[in-house]
Design a protein around this ligand. Structure first.
Ligand code: GAL
Length: 645
């Protein structure tokens, strides 16, 4: 049976949907109903990051031991090595650049002992303008670093050799808090920077209980961020502060020629809201040059494919290619780290002293066909097609409909024989698939159906494949994650994501205590080709290898841009749903108008075939509305959800 309700019937049911479907917990009139379709693409456009930003940052290479010669040397190497032509443009200064905040005018002073070109006629009139001009003269762009609170990370977590701001308590308050307009106008207008990374240590390292605060070294700032406890974190306050930075940047750079990088380490549920506030947002704590730590950073983005897209990128932190487990003696690991960052559309920010880079490392950072995958203009983050603790296959839809990039990733310490199938790639069985190895830059034999791939420990293979799409007359939504926007995720109570690898050393660098716990919120967010809780999409035993999994009371926007005629999906309460007693109605809207809806479907109801005509529609909105309120999360599947021609 085809349970299709026609557009005509539903037009007159519109009122019914709005009033009956509002759910059992009426929303206060001032708060917009999160399930109410708007017909407007909710994602805001600001800044200049249509593609994942690429460049270099001083932190992973030098920490606070940065100086002008080191920075300009790496910038020059980017030009000389040809990396600039590949897209590496931003040269970003990180923590350590500041001497102090001059009083009483509050103007920030550069530490001229390490940045001599900033020296002015009088000591407090330092200026980064000469350095920024020099970088611009090299055809590069310049980035600066600050903190959203009053004080910086190096002050909150000083190392033995940290170069710290000097002077009185007020002079050492180098963060943006209380000085937002003044600092951003200095950095972006007077000095001419193009990019800012805004850290968050001012919100967690200076609470009244901290010894340095008690000793009177810093003014107290309440602990807005409790790193291991999202439910004790002041999420709304943190959003507000980062929102003020975004708005001020838009004021000082009305043409939008800036990049805003949010760095609060995946805390405060930023993995869900970063997209509305920054051009990139860190999804995890700092990367370290260790394999296990790289896994942690990677895991913090790989399930967040529906939260990334042009202008807005998940940031698993900067690259560590060149050091530790990713140095010139570990080229397998270095290539894997780089390939993973490329396929999930991570910003490619080099964290290595390029003045001494061996060719083998430059060849990795400069692998043109790998970089091209990261910089593909469709901006689709790679989606997990196969996942286990040991091996993952990540597939990224490229802008050419019949082309995908794929990374087959051996996470473990044993060799693995992987099987890559046409189904992983959403290509038709029995049809030829062309393959190109992106590291070797050569074509491999054409295959049909499947191919075996042998992987050494920690090795990854990165391919570009071309074939006949499974869906001949359209595209699965899970093949266009960049065109989806999560307007409401249906999560009732924030929960840490338990899927993220937890290496040792996440606390004090020892194994004292009981070990790291899951800490980054996001568990339950909608997913491509998976339920929110990492189960396969399944309705009454029918498995859907393509589709969108979500919680009930979610609303997803899809940018159709008038390019399709039909939406279709098999919908229902997923077999894995924890709640089984309620029902869910699935609604499809086009530019704000109800186009089709399902019956109210319970755990035992057959999959419902939902279709809607979307000719000319710009924004399709998918609402899964729970009827009644269960005690446990209700998992729903939009099986085979697709836009068709
Ligand atoms: C951390 C941040 C690092 C680096 C460092 C500087 O909070 O995650 O990327 O900027 O501060 O102290």
């Amino acid at each position: 049976m085809r349970n299709v309700l026609s557009h005509g019937v539903l037009a007159c049911l519109g009122w019914f949907t709005v009033f009956i479907g509002a759910g059992p917990s009426p929303v206060a009139s001032a708060t917009p109903d999160p399930l109410q379709p708007t017909g407007q693409w909710a994602e805001q456009h600001f800044g200049n990051a249509a593609l994942p930003p690429m460049g270099w940052n001083s932190w992973n290479a030098f920490h606070t031991q940065i100086d002008e010669a080191k920075l300009v040397g790496s910038a020059q190497a980017i030009v000389d090595s040809g990396l600039r032509e590949l897209g590496y443009r931003y040269i970003n200064i990180d923590d350590g650049w500041w001497q102090q905040r001059h009083q009483p005018d509050g103007r920030m002073v550069v530490r001229t002992s390490i940045f001599p070109s900033a020296r002015g006629a009088n000591p407090e009139q330092t200026s980064f303008r000469p350095l920024v001009d020099r970088l611009h003269g090299l055809g590069l762009k310049a980035g600066i670093y600050s903190d959203v609170g009053r004080n910086a990370c190096s002050q909150g977590y000083p190392g033995p050799d940290s170069l710290l701001p000097t002077g009185t308590v007020a002079e050492r308050e180098v963060g943006l808090y209380g000085h937002l307009a003044q600092d951003l106008s200095l950095y972006f207008q007077e000095w001419g920077f193009d990019y800012i990374k805004v850290d968050g240590c001012g919100l967690n390292a200076f609470s009244p209980d901290k010894p340095a605060v008690k000793a009177g070294q810093f003014r107290a700032f309440p602990a807005y961020v409790v790193s291991d406890s999202v439910n004790q974190t002041r999420v709304a306050d943190i959003r507000k502060l980062y929102g003020e930075v975004r708005d001020e940047l838009t004021r000082v750079r009305p043409a939008g020629d800036f990049v805003f990088s949010i760095c609060n380490w995946g805390t405060a549920n930023v993995r869900a809201w970063g997209r509305d506030y920054g051009n990139l947002w860190r999804t995890s704590d700092d990367i370290e040059p260790r394999w296990a730590r790289m896994l942690y950073n990677f895991d913090s983005v790989v399930t967040r494919e529906l939260y990334s897209g042009p202008g807005h990128w998940n940031d698993p932190d900067m690259l560590y290619v060149g050091q530790g487990d990713f140095d010139a003696n570990h080229l397998t690991e270095a290539r894997t780290h780089f390939a993973l960052w490329a396929i999930v559309d991570a910003p490619l920010i080099i964290g290595y002293d390029l003045r001494q880079a061996p060719k083998a490392l430059l060849d990795i950072l400069g692998a043109p066909e790998i970089v091209a995958v990261n910089q593909d203009r469709a901006g689709n983050q790679g989606v997990l097609a196969y996942t286990s603790d040991d091996l993952q296959i990540i597939v990224k839809q490229l802008s050419a409909r019949d082309e995908k990039a794929v990374v087959i990733f051996n996470r473990g310490t044993e060799a693995v024989n992987a099987t890559l199938t046409a189904a992983h790639l959403k290509f038709q069985p029995g049809t030829p698939i062309q393959v190109r190895d992106l590291w070797q830059r050569r074509d491999l034999p054409v295959f049909t159906d499947e191919v075996a791939i042998a992987l050494a420990p920690r090795e990854s293979v990165m391919l570009r494949v071309k074939g006949r799409p499974q869906l001949a007359d359209g595209t699965y939504l899970s093949e266009m994650p960049a065109r989806l926007y999560v307007a409401a995720d249906g999560i009732r109570a924030l929960q840490p994501d338990p899927q993220i690898h937890r290496p040792v050393d996440m606390g004090d660098g020892t194994t004292r205590g009981s070990g790291p716990r899951p800490a980054l919120a996001g568990w339950g967010g909608p997913r491509a080709d998976s339920t929110p809780y990492n189960n396969e999409l399944r309705l009454r035993g029918n498995v859907y290898s393509s589709g969108i999994g979500a919680l009930a009371n979610s609303r997803l926007q899809v940018k159709a841009d008038g390019q399709f005629n039909r939406f279709s999906a098999q919908v229902g309460m997923d077999d894995s749903s924890l709640e089984r007693g309620t029902k869910v109605r699935f609604e499809v809207y086009g530019d704000g108008h109800l186009l089709a809806q399902s019956l109210a479907l319970g755990a035992d109801d057959a999959p419902f075939s939902l279709e809607a005509r979307v000719t000319g529609v710009k924004i399709v909105e998918l609402v899964a509305r729970e009827i009644g309120r269960g005690s446990a999360p209700t998992v729903v599947a939009w099986g085979e959800a697709a836009l068709r021609h």
